[in-house]
Design a protein around this ligand. Structure first.
Ligand SMILES: Nc1ncnc2c1ncn2[C@@H]1O[C@H](COP(=O)(O)OP(=O)(O)OP(=O)(O)O)[C@@H](O)[C@H]1O
Ligand SMILES: [Mg+2]
Length: 401
């Protein structure tokens, strides 16, 4: 099943774009599922009709759901949650607050993804579109399976073997509630097995993230950072939606002329910053895009020359590596000509120029402090290596290279 997740800064038009994509795909006959993973659900507002935790048919071929994260948490985290509530209550924390605290950070978002995964496995859908929360939460959501999976694996090994011996003994000696084997079993089932499955789904070739931006500088910067972070975790992005673009007719009005120039410049820099992702243009509509008819029209505009469920950029993701003290980034540049390639590091960006495009990749924070030491271009892949600049390495111990 093809899975597309939309994210971007708050208010840029994520829900609108996700809904327009889903409606357009459903009209083309794709069995489509539209899910909201944003805790402040707004599918109902955008679709102009009530959407809830149970699947609702919006138009033929389109089902929408706003995942009830609380119910999902109960289902997936029941024992862990009950244990934490009893632990907090024992420490004198009021019942309601204890309930609140027991909602582990990220639990709400991750259970939403479990729901997506379950629907994907059902085989009932060809295409799922997820309306995510603003960038930060989405990044936490998408990277959590990787982070949690690794750390929990070790923790589980130690704690489970300890719990078998310790808990029965300790229960007689300590008054605080102690987790029993059932809690660990649940953590194992959830965080280990399910997270692994989720991680596979998220990095699968048919899962991509699309970044929604407007032409405002801050919005673009946040999306560039997100793009780098998503690459860091092996997630693929395939498109950037530039939303609320002023239409040609408006740009002819004297009042909007300067806005038009800014829009043109920013559109070019967005294409450079996110190359080779496909750029989709979301025109500013005359009024709020609400209801199936307006969304279908917006979807037609967005996907005038491509399919909504297509993989819109098919290259491998950019990847970052570290080997000892050496850091590197590999950038697929299929078809690029070695002799026309030029690279430079300017502040936190790696600039790559080829005959056909300029790219400005935001480097991860650690790499942004380093200097470029060498670069290779082989089989259509550019590898750029970084080392600590002499000024920075002055106090670093030498001799273990
Ligand atoms: N291209 C557009 N033309 C006209 N109005 C738009 C366009 N895109 C979005 N809007 C309007 O802007 C408002 C915010 O859009 P939307 O809810 O999709 O943003 P969001 O990024 O999902 O926000 P949040 O971060 O709060 O979830 C809505 O009223 C929507 O109808
Ligand atoms: Mg939204």
């Amino acid at each position: 099943m093809r899975l597309v997740l939309y994210t971007g800064k708050g208010g840029v038009g994520k829900t609108t774009t996700a809904a327009a994509t889903a409606i357009h795909a459903a009209k083309a006959g794709k069995r489509t599922l539209l899910l909201s993973a944003d805790a402040s659900h707004s599918l109902s507002d955008v679709l102009g009709r009530r959407v809830g935790a149970a699947p609702v048919e919006i138009i033929p071929n389109l089902t929408a759901i706003e995942v009830d994260a609380q119910a999902e948490i109960k289902r997936h985290w029941g024992k862990v949650h009950d244990f934490l509530v009893s632990l907090f209550q024992h420490q004198g924390i009021d019942g309601v607050l204890a309930e609140e605290l027991a909602l582990l950070p990220g639990a709400e978002e991750i259970t939403t993804l479990f729901a997506v995964d379950e629907f994907a496995r059902s085989g009932d859908y060809d295409f799922a579109v997820v309306d995510c929360a603003p960038t930060d939460t989405t990044l936490r959501l998408l990277t959590l399976p990787e982070v949690a999976h690794k750390s929990v694996r070790l923790l589980l090994k130690i704690q489970r073997s300890l719990a078998k011996v310790m808990t029965p003994l300790a229960k007689g000696m300590v008054s605080a509630p102690l987790p029993d084997a059932a809690v660990f079993a649940e953590i194992e089932a959830l965080l280990y097995a399910k997270l692994r499955g989720l991680r596979e789904r998220i990095v699968a070739e048919d899962t991509t993230v699309r970044l929604v931006v407007t032409t405002e500088k801050m919005v673009i910067e946040e999306a560039r950072r997100a793009f780098t972070d998503l690459c860091l975790f092996g997630l693929r992005c395939d498109a950037v939606v530039i939303n609320r673009l002023l239409p040609e007719a408006a740009l002819r009005e004297p009042f909007y002329r300067e806005w038009g120039d800014v829009q043109k410049d920013r559109t070019v820099s967005i294409a450079e910053a996110f190359a080779p992702l496909r750029i989709l243009n979301g025109v500013l509509q005359r009024e709020e895009v609400v209801g199936a008819t307006a969304l279908a029209e917006h979807g037609r505009d967005l996907f005038s020359d491509c399919e909504p469920d297509a993989l819109l950029a098919s290259v491998e993701p950019i990847s970052f590596h570290r080997k000892g003290d050496q850091y590197s980034v590999t950038i697929p540049l299929p078809g690029a000509d070695l002799h026309a390639l030029d690279i430079a590091k300017v502040e936190g960006d790696l600039l790559v120029k080829s005959a056909s495009m300029n790219r400005a990749l935001k480097l991860p924070r650690r790499m942004a402090l380093l200097d470029v030491s060498e670069a290779h271009f082989r089989d259509g892949v550019l590898s750029v290596f970084f080392r600590v600049s002499p000024a920075c390495s002055a106090g670093t111990p030498q001799g273990n290279a």
